[in-house]
Every structure is written in structure tokens, then in C-alpha cells.
Design a protein around this ligand. Sequence first.
Ligand code: 3PG
Length: 395
Amino acid sequence: FRTLDQLDPAGKRVLLRADLNLPVRDGQITDRTRIERLSPTIRELAEKGARVIVCSHFDRPKGKRVPEMSLKPMAEALAGSLGRPVAFADDCIGPVAEAAVAALKDGEVLVLENTRYHAGEEKNDPAMAEALAKLGDVFVNDAFSAAHRAHASTEGVAHRLPSYAGRLMQAELEALDAALGTPARPVVAIVGGAKVSTKLDLLGNLSRKVDVLVIGGAMANTFLAAKGMSMGKSLQEAEMHETALRILDEAKAANCEVLLPEDLVVAEAFAANAPHRTVAADKVPEGMMALDVGPGTVAAVESRLKRASTLVWNGPFGAFEIPPFDTATVQVAQMAAGLTTSAGLKTIGGGGDTVSALRHAGVAERMTYVSSAGGAFLEWLEGKTLPGVAVLQEG
Ligand code: 3PG
């Protein structure tokens, strides 16, 4: 794919697909990470004399103008992050957008209203893609986190303009390649989270590609139960036992070591500081539930990480949002960050909960790379083609 290194944007209208789908609560943006990660691309284009036209979706207005889903607050936040004025157009296509684009001078930045106000966006309607393409001379996609959507502003438009990856897109793709494409081996993957059923494709793909697959979180309970262990009242998916056993067989056939918890921290209730103790994985008492993995498991993970060259991480080990059941997640995160510095371990993490967990452990900045994406990161780990990336690779 082409990057900004191959583009001289001076005097050009650059249509930039960003992901301004920021978390908002009570009308306030609660996390500006995506804006901060996107800003270098905009700054570079503006400083090189481009007319930067930013488009993005926000939330899911389903083709209607839902006022609470306006991108206006994001345009203001972007101006703050860039330290330069940012204009706003009340529509992303049509006369309003075209007039705003025509008024732009070299080096100026414009944000267009929510692309999902038009039903054509999610349908990848050729008319919508055409209307967007009219606004730019070239297209730059910096929205890796929306690249799993084949929409007019992520996929359709890229067929109609010379297309480039922005700096954030480039960084995401390079990190993912280092994680699973052409990784330094051995590769350890940690997969946690609640359900096997939502991560089936992920587990299948990783077991074919990595050397060690560490399974944590409540989904580990399903695997342990499938192997015949009694899990007390731990969260698990009884209907997934056969699938879990099949995943273990496939991993074995692919020479992938699967590391399941050898000990668990159990409590009677899912509550902060609930009375708890550590038991062997096959000794979960009736009436108790596993809420974290124990120190023996953390030590086993550590021994694998010390021999590894690459770590891919998605999903916490335990109920990390309520202490002390964040212990294993925090310990492994700190260990991974330490090995990144001391031993050159390449550590790549992503997916919503994972980023929160790494932040909670205070190590998000010390990992080799933390993805800005949720669903797109997962689909990539599942081995799926991301339409927004595929079209860049064609060009
Ligand atoms: C995300 O936040 O993961 C992306 O912006 C995609 O949003 P969507 O799930 O509404 O398509």
C-alpha cells in the first residue's frame, strides 16, 4: 500500500477518512486517544500545504440526522489537539460540503458531518462514494479501526480516488504484520475475555499461527469444564464444550502449546474485595466462582514470555474491573512491559477491554504497540480480510 511518503499533497484536496467515533458520556468526550493518534497525519498533511477534508462516522444513527450524533464536538476537540482552527460543514456530501471544501485554503482543515447521517454510507452505495470522491483529489485512509466495515467512506471511495494509508493506518498495519504476518518467533498469544463463542475464529486462527496460546478470563472456565473439571458456579458456556475440545485438538495438530490456568482465584460472589482464595484449577469448590487466574498460572505465563520474541494480547485474565481480581492481568501486563524494555520482546495489544486493562496496569505506553481499534483488531486477528485495508493494497 502507498503511504504519505509517496504523496505530495501540496495544494491538493485530501479527503481523509478518520475514526472520530469517540466514547461519549452525557455529551462529553471521555477519551481522546483516537484524536491524539490521528493528529500527526492531519498535521503532516496541513504542514505540507494540503487542504485537509476529514470525514468520519460517529455512533450508529442509521441514515438519520440524529442531533446527539453530530461530529461537531469532535471537530472542536480536534482543533484543540492540533492547535489550529478546524472548520465544520453541516453535511458530508452535496452542496453544503462542496461549498465548505471550495472555501478551504492550502494548509486548512475541515471536518464534515457524520457520514452515517446518510443511509448510503453503510450500504456502500456507489452514489454516496461518488459524492464523497467529488470532494477530494486524493483519498487518505487513517481509520484502521473502521476498516472492517465495507462502507462508502472506507471502501467505496477508495476505488474512485488515488488512495494512501495515513500514518496511523500505516502504524497499525506495520504492528499487525510484526504480530502475526512475519513475526519474530516464538510468538505467544494471550486471549482472555468472557466467552469462547465470541472468539471462536480468533482462537482458531491464532492456534494455527502462534507457538503458545494462553487462554485466560472466563473463557478458560469453559475449556477447563470441557476437560472434565468441575467449575463450581463459575461463568462458563456449557454448550461450547465440544467446540473447546476441538480447538484444543486443532492446536495440538498445529504444534501450538495451549496454556490453560493451573490455579484460579475463587470467590462466592462477583463483588469488589469479596472474600477469596486461590485453588488448583481442578479444585473449584461448589458454590464458588473463578474470578482470576492464580500465581502459578502467572508464573507459567512468565516462563513462556521469557522465551518469546513476540506477544499478541487480546482480553484480560480476570474480572480486572474489580480488585483484587485484576491481579494477574496487572502482573502479566507489567511483566510484558518490562520484557519489552529489557529483552526486546515485541508486545502488541488491542481490542477495547485490553486497552483499558493495559492502561489500568499503567503500561499502555510501554508496550511496543497498542492498537486504536476494537472490532477491526479482532477481525484482523481472526485472519479476516478488512475491506478498508484490502482496497488500499490493490492501489
Ligand atoms: C469502532 O469504534 O470500533 C469503530 O469506529 C467502528 O464502529 P462501528 O462498530 O459502529 O462500525
